[in-house]
Design a binder for this molecule. Structure first.
Ligand SMILES: CC(C)(COP(=O)(O)OP(=O)(O)OC[C@H]1O[C@@H](n2cnc3c(N)ncnc32)[C@H](O)[C@@H]1OP(=O)(O)O)[C@@H](O)C(=O)NCCC(=O)NCCS
Length: 169
């Protein structure tokens, strides 16, 4: 990993000045190639700003410099509607990569889901990207799902100390 870069992670609701940048990055990375208009993603991203707990979007930034984003959404893979919530749309600005920001964005999104009471978080990735998440402690539970042949990975919330069987005070 290259030198550390100071950053903080905020909920997009607390830093709406990054809304347009987040929408543009998500659109360019995942939606523009399929011909979707930017307005479609702006509408979807606006759902992150209402009062509901999920979806939410996170922003990694250094003061007003945008460094990256991640989201938690209710459903991501149509073939697996029973799984929820999903960590999604993990993006780090090219100049800020390999400094731990992606790992922090993934960890914070999952941690915020656990804090909301979910005991498991899901994410999907194309096989070349699965290794990134496995190194962060995610476990692959399925491969080749749906037309994009995605891998599905999970992370479980750490059990409360009182739930640990056989634990000693
Ligand atoms: C994937 C991505 C989010 C990683 O962000 P990042 O800030 O560079 O990741 P980190 O610095 O936190 O790296 C975490 C770990 O993954 C490793 N890693 C990061 N990018 C990697 C890559 N391209 N290939 C292999 N390992 C990688 C790092 O070495 C690090 O491991 P370490 O702690 O053992 O050194 C970033 O490359 C990106 O935005 N890519 C384009 C969008 C994308 O593909 N998103 C994921 C969609 S599933």
């Amino acid at each position: 990993m290259t030198a550390a870069m100071p950053f903080i992670i905020s909920d997009l609701r607390q830093c709406p000045q990054f809304f347009d940048t987040v929408a543009e990055r998500i659109w360019r990375a995942w939606w523009e190639p399929d011909g979707h208009p930017l307005a479609y993603i702006q509408t979807r991203l606006r759902e992150n700003l209402n009062g509901s707990q999920i979806p939410f979007a996170l922003v990694a930034h250094a003061d007003n410099e945008f460094l990256g984003t991640s989201s938690a959404i209710a459903s991501d893979v149509p073939a697996r509607p029973q799984f929820s919530p999903w960590v999604a749309a993990v993006w780090v600005e090219p100049h800020a990569r390999r400094r731990g920001i992606g790992a922090a964005l993934v960890s914070r999104a999952a941690g915020d889901c656990f804090a909301l009471g979910f005991s498991r978080a899901y994410l999907c990735a194309r096989p070349p990207r699965s290794g990134f998440y496995e190194r962060l402690g995610w476990r692959t539970i399925e491969r080749h799902v749906g037309p994009d042949r995605l891998s599905i990975l999970i992370q479980d919330a750490a059990p409360e100390p009182s739930e640990l069987k056989g634990s000693r005070p």
